[in-house]
Write a protein that binds this ligand. Sequence first.
Ligand code: AHR
Length: 490
Amino acid sequence: MTHAVINLDLPGPTISRHLYGHFAEHLGRCVYGGFWVGEDSPLPNVGGIRSDVVEALRAIRIPNLRWPGGCFADEYHWRDGVGPRGQRPRMVNTHWGNVEENNHFGTHEFMHLCELLGADAYVNGNVGSGTVREMSDWVEYLTRAGDSPMVALRKANGRDEPWRVPFWGIGNEAWGCGGNLTAEAYTDLARQFGTFVRDHGDNRVYRIAAGGHTDEYGWTEALMKARGPYQAVSLHYYTTFPGDGRGGATTFTTEHYYDTMRRAQRIEELIRGHETVMDRYDPQVDIGLVVDEWGTWWDVEDGTNPGFLYQQNTMRDALVASVHFDAFHRHARRVVMANIAQTVNVLQAMLLTEAETGTLIRTPTYHVFEMNVGHHDARALAVHFRDGVPNRDGLDLVSASASTQNDTALVSLTNLDAEAPRTVLLDLRGREVSAHRARVLTGSHLQAHNTADAPDAVAPTEHPAVRAHPRGLEVDLPPHSYVTVHLDLG
Ligand code: AHR
């Protein structure tokens, strides 16, 4: 039995709800055909935004939405996406499928979407092919009240009041699609562009400098050393097999699954590495680490546009998500925001939709987000495995994290073993537990996933396999499963 000690009376840092953030790029069918169906669509919509998509996402309380990219952000010129839709210029989305972008979904549509979702806006500005003035004007257009050239333009486009935009990205992947820059060259640009991302009126902007990817610690170091006008540094890390054979989302072997989970658990090493650099320059933790792209990246589904990054989502993806959240919770002191890539129809999506048939499928990953809502803004509780956890060739087969708020606690337990069940003893100390209830997410096999014909093949159910123990609770974990245990504290 795996023995996990949790001191319920020793809460740690707050787990920001923004760790459960999202990402919507003009890529494939995320925006067009996903969120946006247009006002003339036969599908129920509010001003062109698909209603059932909004409803499904409200249930997982998405706290923020990053937009318009990604690589697309550094090609996007915001003025093309305001004003009467029919008159907006068209462009080619060169990064993603070389398809025409008609700019029908622009600034006003995005801010409307955020309002419908109840999510904070995270706008990613264009450094790679934009100008300082363009970015500065966009901030003014969005957030300034009173009178100014940009305010007049916004009003002419039908919106009198400014919006609240709390998060701003200064470019994206500047080491690659955002300009192929060196760390030093980008750091200078981040200082320059960041200076002109102004706080207008009461709107306080949290500026996020585009960080390195994976283990580019030198990039983080350059940004930290420079201490520019930004409040956070980002990190991108995908769970994938780079190169040509990333592997199919639903067609993988058990060994490939274990390799995947080893790559997913690497997020712990990477956060620690970037944290170590940040601690050296910022021991008081003024600068946040924002993991604003993470998730799985598989081969696209057969017959779909390779540039659209459309993939199915299985129990394997769900466990990649739960392992990431455990790491984010453990590092909540420094990791203040994270954005899974991406929300609808792209990469590790929450929802898979078809605009023609009106299909909407909640993926296994969606259910992990829903099961974890209780961690939002709760205080982290350390989980200590007294005798370690079972290990398979470097992979920890059990993962866990916990949090507490309002006289409750939530414990997350993942069994990564493909075949064997596990029992975890929750050794609960410091407070009485007056009641408990548990839920489980698993599938008949690792490749189990949801489809239009079987939308609930993988969905959470009540989990009665929890027993009282003199030290706390014994929890049975089926093979390849994710379990949450809710505790009422006396
Ligand atoms: O999420 C897809 C792409 O992955 C993003 O546009 C880019 O930032 C990253 O390389």
